[in-house]
Design a protein around this ligand. Structure first.
Ligand code: UT7
Length: 325
């Protein structure tokens, strides 16, 4: 059975930046509150005419280049987003066209901020069974276009980004153990509505725009800490390893306090954790691949290192993967 291994990653953030001084100018907040309660200092914001597939294509090209393959080598493109350009076609099909990846099947999926780890698990199945050799995972979101900039409890958190990875069939060890799950009882803890008409949901939103993101921050935080810590511990134990064997953890970058509490629950120190939260805020599923590609670029991950990627998000969902690089 072929192993599934990441052979190339790439990330993209748009140019425009909303720093905390800008957030202070649009809502009743302060740099001090945002930094103390979230850890975010800046978020990158897509241009008015820049959408999910535009950013996804840039990140995908970088990942393909870093993998040393061509778009024609791709068998499958899977794309995670909660802010698609269209309901149909899928963003994955648009990216397939943009790349000229004519041999690839393509579809979108939605696991919110758990999208990258979920994508690794999907890719692993296709590769382990021998069906595909190269799977491109792309995570991209223009959360700024779904953010209510009159709601101080959410608008300070979100930014836009895209991240991608090529997962290939390999004789080397790659994705070792994984865990994913969902708790639909918490489905309404983070919402952004499509066709559904729901007066209660619309009323909850300050600007009454039903597609804008609303969340019950406190209950999501509680869920996140337990889900991320427990899933990480599970993948390590399943591999017969301990934290001493792990050189880096890349968590979903939603709020510094969530990461801090999860790390304490895992029983590790923060020098094992890679964060980009301060620069980009929460960019949904792309947080992990963007951080991963920066960690690789900075030499924080070397061949043979064992790393844990762990996310949580709307759904509610979670996912963790233990990889050997
Ligand atoms: O990837 C998607 C998953 N989403 C998340 O991970 C989000 C998880 N949740 C969170 O990160 C936090 O719950 C928030 C950052 C959203 C909020 O932090 P909190 O510590 O849970 O604050 P809170 O909602 O309990 O609100 C405390 C106070 C409230 O004021 P009062 O009612 O005590 O007067 C809020 O109105 O903080 C106020 N507040 C703010 N104050 C200044 C909320 N947002 C802000 C703000 N600036 N930006």
């Amino acid at each position: 059975m072929a192993n599934a291994k990441i052979i190339g990653v790439g990330g993209y953030v748009p140019e425009k930046v909303y720093d905390n001084a800008y957030m202070e100018s649009i809502v009743d907040t302060s740099d001090e509150w945002i930094v103390r309660r979230t850890g975010v200092k800046e978020r990158h914001i897509s241009a008015d005419n820049e959408y999910t597939t535009d950013m996804a294509t840039i990140a995908a090209k970088k990942a393909i280049k870093n993998a040393g393959i061509t778009p024609l080598d791709l068998d499958l493109i899977i794309l995670a987003t909660v802010t698609p350009d269209y309901f149909t076609p899928s963003c994955a099909c648009v990216v397939q066209r943009n790349l000229g990846a004519v041999n690839a099947a393509a579809f979108d999926y939605n696991a919110a901020c758990s999208g990258f780890v979920t994508g690794l698990i999907i890719a692993k199945q296709f590769i382990n069974t021998g069906m595909y050799k190269h799977v491109l995972i792309v995570c991209a979101d223009v959360l700024s276009k779904a953010t209510d900039y009159t709601d101080r409890a959410t608008c300070v958190l979100f930014g836009d980004a895209a991240g991608a990875a090529v997962v290939a069939a390999s004789e080397e060890t790659g994705i070792m153990t994984t865990d994913m799950g969902a708790d639909g009882e918490g489905a309404l803890a983070i919402t952004s509505l499509a066709f559904r008409d729901d007066e209660e949901e619309t009323e909850k939103r300050i600007a009454h725009r039903k597609e804008s993101i609303w969340m019950a921050g406190q209950s999501v935080m509680k869920f996140a800490v337990k889900a991320m810590a427990d899933a990480s511990i599970k993948v390590i134990e399943e591999a017969g390893l301990t934290w001493d064997d792990i050189s880096l953890v890349i968590p979903h970058q939603a709020n510094y306090r969530i990461v801090d509490s999860a790390v304490k629950r895992m029983g590790i120190t923060e020098d094992k954790v890679f964060l980009t939260l301060e620069k980009y805020g929460n960019t949904s599923a792309s947080c992990i691949p963007v951080a991963l590609s920066e960690a690789v670029e900075q030499g924080r991950i070397k061949k043979g290192d064992k790393i844990v990627l762990v996310g949580f998000g709307g759904g509610l969902t979670w996912g963790a993967a233990l990889l050997e690089w």
